[in-house]
Design a protein around this ligand. Structure first.
Ligand code: FES
Length: 108
């Protein structure tokens, strides 16, 4: 297991979703009700970046076809999406945000 420093909490002040890369994995980072979550960066429907999506009450809405995923679990919530997002463990130390990526890039 390898933890990667991927962001600072201050970066969420202007944007609800951050696009990052760690350990060869493209990530989307979200701050919801004070907690930070990480999922795969791209929608499971047609691969559009979720970083351009809208966060609404704990869900990320894909900007392409409005598919919804629950951010905390990655669970697909209907619409054109039927496959869940991969999620990754997150920890926050001070203001630094760390994401755990297994060396083989495997998902949780
Ligand atoms: S690419 Fe996300 S809903 Fe179609």
């Amino acid at each position: 297991m390898t933890w990667h420093a991927v962001a600072d909490l201050t970066e969420f002040e202007d944007r609800p979703v951050l696009a990052r890369e760690a350990g060869g994995v493209a990530l989307a980072l979200y701050r919801v009700d004070g907690a930070v979550y990480a999922t795969q960066a791209h929608c499971t429907h047609a691969g559009v970046s979720l970083a351009g999506g809208e966060v609404v009450e704990g869900y990320i809405e894909c900007p392409a076809h409005y598919g919804l995923f629950e951010i905390a679990t990655g669970r697909a919530q209907g619409g054109p999406v039927c496959r869940d997002l991969a999620t990754y463990p997150v920890r926050v130390e001070g203001t630094r945000v760390w994401v755990e990526i297994r060396p083989d890039g495997a998902r949780r």
